[in-house]
Design a protein around this ligand. Structure first.
Ligand code: XUL
Length: 523
């Protein structure tokens, strides 16, 4: 019998499921349900509910519940051998929170297969909507918690990150301050990840160390709830938070609901879920220090594995738990591909021309520096958007396009220095990674080889691999992570881009000028 494992990913816009045949080392099923299209009655836009206040972004948790039933029904209809699935793990968009009332525990334990999940669970919410990671309405609460914890550096040392608007603690504090009655009726607060795990297991699931680190509530070193952070966030919080657990913790056997309704094996294990970034770390095979992924999406993210916890004194980057039990780091740069598009449009060119222009200019062609803050920037913190040119003629499209990409890469290099881990291998992902001239600049600035990898589903794949790891650990077959990911996470053959020694030398010098320009612009 094949050993199949299911990885689910409850992301902002969709619920995905990936089934892997662990012995054959391949993905045997891969499906995504888009929330807006599959469940239009929740009236979401890109999975979210928009508010009059643009800073407020919530989603309906009942939509995630219904999506789970829909996906299982789809898997059954598609002939997935659900009886051969040995374990299920999952990935959730990070930071989002679900507020459960006192009925939740019993409702989860007694899921009736004659009814839908939605009908079983519609009465368990103390708050009908969930603030998600795109919500940035908690600046006041961030300031309050930060102050209680002793400032940026202290907050980062305590919880792995400075306080951030989207992080769960500041969101909980806002709810506690603004809706005290509903807060009082909340018996249990879940993350998106632990909420979904609770349904699969039929009981309130723990929060894993990976996702727990995205809350500003977990002691990042001891991996227990941080007493001062809880006190700074809300009253009696300790009674409302589930326990924390390692990422391979078995919550229990899967709920009988899924056995009776969809034919899951009654012995299949339900594992804790983690955040999408920790799951992607596994789904990309980043299991060693110096292995970095750079995702070139709307925004850019830079993330990698970290052996020993090292926090950012400036509070720009995050430290989360890794599914291996170690750590991972993540930095978000807001001005990514969208900013690049804005520059391209200013010169009225297309992407081919843009790439041609940068490929036909030399590294740091005219000594120019471009700071690309079309939007307010997260890293470095820039509240007032604006682009800045140094020694650059705005009319020179080629020099500007090159300096723009160089600026983005130098910013990543500079602002990841606190990790004290020199990149050894970079995996480039996301829409922007199809542009080879951009990847060449990345390789040259970082002085490191860059590979492309297809990762549209890295979080769901990572969850499936975590399911395999959790099941093997439970069976006492102490698995090495290397062996687990082997064959599933290979870069695209022939995609390697080597740094040029000459160009790398140019950038080693230029980074100093870049840092000075940034400092000047920030003043
Ligand atoms: C990470 C973050 C996002 C969400 C997206 O801090 O906010 O990557 O996890 O799902």
């Amino acid at each position: 019998m094949s050993r199949l494992f299911l990885g689910l990913d409850s992301s902002t816009q969709s619920l995905s499921g990936i089934v892997i045949d662990f012995d054959a080392r391949k993905v045997v099923y891969d499906k995504s349900l888009n929330f807006d299209q599959t469940l239009p009655h929740y009236k979401t836009q890109n999975g979210t509910l928009r508010d009059k206040n643009p800073l407020v972004v919530h989603s309906p948790p009942l939509m995630w519940v219904e999506a789970l039933d829909t996906l299982f029904a789809q898997m059954k209809q598609d002939g997935v051998r659900l009886d051969q699935i040995h374990a299920i793990a999952g990935s959730g968009q990070q930071h989002g929170s679900v507020y459960l009332n006192s009925q939740a525990g019993a409702a989860l334990a007694n899921l009736n297969p004659a009814k839908s999940l939605k009908d079983n669970l519609s009465a368990i919410f103390a708050r009908p909507t969930s603030p998600i990671w795109m919500d940035s309405s908690t600046a006041a609460e961030c300031a309050e918690i930060r102050e209680q914890l002793g400032g940026i550096k202290a907050a980062a040392q305590a919880t792995g990150s400075d306080t951030f608007e989207r992080f769960t603690g500041p969101q909980i504090r806002k709810f506690f301050k603004q809706e005290p009655e509903k807060f009082a009726k909340t018996s249990s607060i879940a993350l998106v990840s632990s909420f979904m795990a609770s349904i699969i297991a039929g009981k309130i699931a723990p929060i894993d160390h990976g996702d727990g680190a995205g809350m500003n509530l977990m002691d990042i070193k001891k991996k227990i709830w941080h007493a001062d952070a809880m006190a700074a966030t809300a009253d009696v919080l300790v009674t409302k938070l589930p326990p924390l657990a390692e990422s391979w913790k078995v919550v229990g056997p899967v709920s009988a609901y899924f056995v009776k309704k969809y034919g899951l094996n009654k012995d299949a294990l339900a594992l804790v879920w983690s955040g999408d970034n920790p799951c992607s770390l596994v789904g990309l095979g980043l299991m060693e220090e110096g292995m970095i992924a750079i995702s070139l999406g709307t925004s850019y993210t830079y993330f990698g594995y970290m052996k020993h916890c090292q926090t950012d004194a400036k509070g720009e980057g995050h430290v989360f738990g890794a599914p291996t039990g170690d750590y991972m780091t993540l930095i978000c740069f807001k001005n990514g591909s969208l900013a690049r598009e804005r520059l391209r449009d200013q010169y009225g060119i297309d992407w081919d021309k843009f790439n041609h222009l940068i490929a036909s200019t030399k590294p740091n062609a005219d000594g120019g520096i471009f700071l690309p803050w079309y939007d307010a920037e997260i890293v470095p913190r820039v509240n007032k958007p604006g682009i800045h040119r140094f020694d650059l003629d705005a009319n020179d499209a080629a020099a500007n396009c090159r300096a723009f990409v160089e600026g983005q890469m130098m910013s990543m290099r500079l602002h990841s220095e606190w990790m004290r881990v020199k990149p050894k291998k970079i995996l480039a992902t996301g829409g922007g990674s199809v542009n080879v001239p951009i990847l060449q600049i990345m390789a040259d600035v970082m002085n490191c080889s860059v590979y492309r990898i297809e990762v549209s589903k890295s979080a769901a794949l990572g969850a499936a691999l975590r399911a395999a790891h959790g099941w093997l650990a439970y069976e006492g077959k102490a698995p090495s992570w290397d062996k687990i990911v082997r064959g599933f996470t290979d870069p695209i053959p022939g995609s390697e881009i080597q740094p040029s020694i000459k160009a790398a030398k140019v950038y080693d010098k230029l980074i100093e000028k870049y840092a000075k320009c940034e400092k000047q612009a920030l003043q």
